[in-house]
Design a protein around this ligand. Structure first.
Ligand SMILES: Nc1ncnc2c1ncn2[C@@H]1O[C@H](COP(=O)(O)OP(=O)(O)O)[C@@H](O)[C@H]1O
Ligand SMILES: [Mg+2]
Length: 243
């Protein structure tokens, strides 16, 4: 479903963030992406949401070729790939409810359908008590849940979570892990970047290790889940409405 072949990303500054990285991830997998700060984890996520393009190599997600994908199709791709950013990127001047609603508004979803969707997601991630608050009024764990909720707005097939437990205490981290595992059990493919040896060692998931931009380990323990019956195909993705 996600296929990287010989991906190298050099930033214009001369930094090579990723060097010759190749791997496949199948539908429904839960994969940890680990490596020290600066090893290329966030760059890999940015490539997967087409926030940037590789210098060389190919990236395919389902039928999408991310290198040649036209700019005007990028938002279609992003409906299928939810991203929980390392710095969350919640809008400070909007409530949690409005933050979760935001991508649906931008995506021109029918208001009634959008509200139903948001209510369902709020329930699923367990932040019903906080939806009318502003981000500054929430704890770290609640903010993380809000960011996960927003990433789920379009019911994406893939969820990328960039160090979602990075700033949380151990109890709260495990609550977030439980939520992510529940989402994965519902069929969503998850890639989670983390520093936490405790979480990685406890959960026995496939683990990709990056060191200075090189993939030094791909421990594909549970990588056999595969189901071709529902595909991330161009036909399944709603075309953009004409402006
Ligand atoms: N926008 C950028 N411009 C130049 N260099 C960058 C940029 N983003 C990241 N880098 C560099 O690329 C490398 C990988 O960074 P990053 O992907 O953020 O790693 P991680 O998420 O594992 O900490 C680092 O050396 C970092 O300094
Ligand atoms: Mg990072």
């Amino acid at each position: 479903m996600i296929k990287l072949e010989n991906v190298t990303k050099a930033y214009p500054t001369g930094n090579t963030a990723l060097a010759d990285v190749s791997f496949n991830i199948e539908r429904g997998e839960f994969v940890f992406l680990i490596g020290p700060s600066g090893s290329g984890k966030t760059t890999l996520f940015r490539l997967l949401i087409r926030d940037t393009v590789p210098t060389t190599g190919s990236i395919r997600i389902g039928d999408w070729d991310l290198v040649t994908l036209p700019h005007k199709k990028v938002h279609n791709l992003r409906k299928n790939i939810g991203m929980v950013f390392q710095d969350l990127k919640l809008l400070r001047d909007r409530t949690i409810y409005e933050n979760i609603m935001f991508p649906l508004e931008v995506g021109n979803m029918d208001t009634k359908e959008a509200k139903e969707r948001v209510d369902m997601i709020i329930d699923r991630v367990g932040i019903a008590d906080h939806v009318n608050k502003f981000p500054i009024q929430l704890s770290g764990g609640e903010l993380q849940r809000a960011a996960i909720a927003r990433a789920l707005a379009f019911n994406p097939e893939i969820l990328l979570a960039d160090e979602p437990t990075g700033n949380l205490d151990s109890t709260t981290s495990w609550e977030i892990m439980k939520l992510l595992q529940d989402i994965n059990a519902g069929g969503t493919t998850i890639i989670m970047a983390t520093h936490s040896a405790d979480i990685v060692n406890s959960l026995k998931k496939r683990t990709l290790v990056l060191e200075k931009g090189t993939l030094t380990r791909d421990d594909a323990r549970e990588s056999s889940k595969h189901d071709d019956s529902v595909g991330l195909e161009k036909d399944n993705i709603v075309e953009e409405t004409k402006e």
